[in-house]
Design a protein around this ligand. Structure first.
Ligand code: SAM
Length: 296
């Protein structure tokens, strides 16, 4: 598919790499610009498994959203959605389960949002808006989201690979509490979050630093920290916070020891919480071995 000039707003912001499109380039998506592809190429040269990591993250989000849909979710709010076209967009997954599911896509990158709007073709069941997770009132109070989502009914809030762009000084706990207080009991919180790899070569350190400087600073968090963030909402569902590929893998995934070993090297933690359950039980799950390592 060719990117029509009309969906590139203003032309600004396309001359430097940005997280949404570097990630899309990692996934092999075509809808990116030269600086994004160049940064993705540098990342892949330093860490050839980065594409596999990104795909494993997408696969987790698909499984987690299907879990919420199976549990009755009929509204999804995907904050930090990136380019929704990349493999298995959440609206496609949702509409296969129930064609009336409502979707709100949010991103800080206007190009990603413009792209989502173009794809959604003014579908009344979905909307994409520019807002900043660090200022959750811009999300909760967004009139276009309110036109699609019913905030009085449960919502599956998806924060896929975005909270590591939220620094501690931005107070992620308060951000999650603000979102939690805006949705009714029974709403889900899905988080995937980058952690520090156990060891990095000097070249990997250099590229990671360049990524942080040229795209956005990263705050990598430990398994315990991700568990605490999920716990802001309530009970963390089984299997607790675990490695990206180890959260309810589908039959056929993680086939054999080599695949398990490869998956255990993915530097990230994931989990799903449900609002309204016992928040204290989240802490009890922190000792579970779900694969991956606590290296953050
Ligand atoms: C690595 S991509 C993840 C995309 C998708 N959620 C996934 O996991 O496949 C991170 C996305 O978060 C967006 N983002 C970063 N900071 C944000 C913020 N403060 N508010 C909203 N979106 C943000 C980026 O623009 C990017 O699209």
């Amino acid at each position: 598919m060719t990117w029509p000039e009309s969906v590139v707003p203003g032309g600004g912001g396309i001359h430097e790499p940005v997280p949404s499109r570097v990630y899309a380039a990692l996934l092999g998506d075509a809808h990116t610009f030269a600086p994004d592809r160049s940064m993705a190429a540098d990342l892949l040269a330093a860490e050839p498994e980065a594409r596999y990591w990104a795909r494993a993250n997408r696969a987790f989000l698909s499984r987690a959203v299907r879990y919420a849909l199976d549990a009755g979710a009929r509204q999804i709010l995907d904050i930090g959605c990136g380019l929704p076209a990349t493999r298995g967009s959440l609206h496609e997954i949702a509409w296969r389960v129930d064609s009336q599911t409502r979707i709100g896509y949010v991103d800080i990158d206007p190009v990603a949002v413009a792209h989502a709007r173009y794809l959604l073709e003014e579908d009344k069941r979905a909307v994409a808006v520019v807002a900043d997770l660090r200022d959750p009132d811009t999300v909760v109070g967004h009139p276009e989201l309110a036109a699609v989502l019913d905030w009085t009914q449960p919502i599956a809030v998806v924060l896929g690979a975005v909270l590591h762009f939220v620094s501690n000084s931005d107070d992620p706990t308060s951000i999650l509490a603000r979102l939690r207080d805006s949705v009714p009991d029974g709403s889900w919180l899905v988080i995937s979050h980058a952690s520090a790899p156990s060891a990095m070569t000097p070249e990997q350190v250099r590229v990671a630093r360049e990524y942080s400087e040229r795209t956005a600073p990263l705050t990598l968090r430990s398994r315990q920290q991700v568990t605490e963030l999920l716990g802001v909402w309530g009970e963390v569902v089984e299997p607790g916070v675990c490695g990206v590929a180890f959260w309810r893998p589908e039959p056929g995934e993680l086939d054999g020891p080599a695949e398990v070993e490869k998956a255990s090297r993915i530097p990230g933690w994931v989990g799903v919480a449900v609002k309204g359950a016992d928040a204290a039980s989240a802490a009890d799950l922190s000792g579970l071995d779900g694969g991956g390592r606590d290296v953050g």
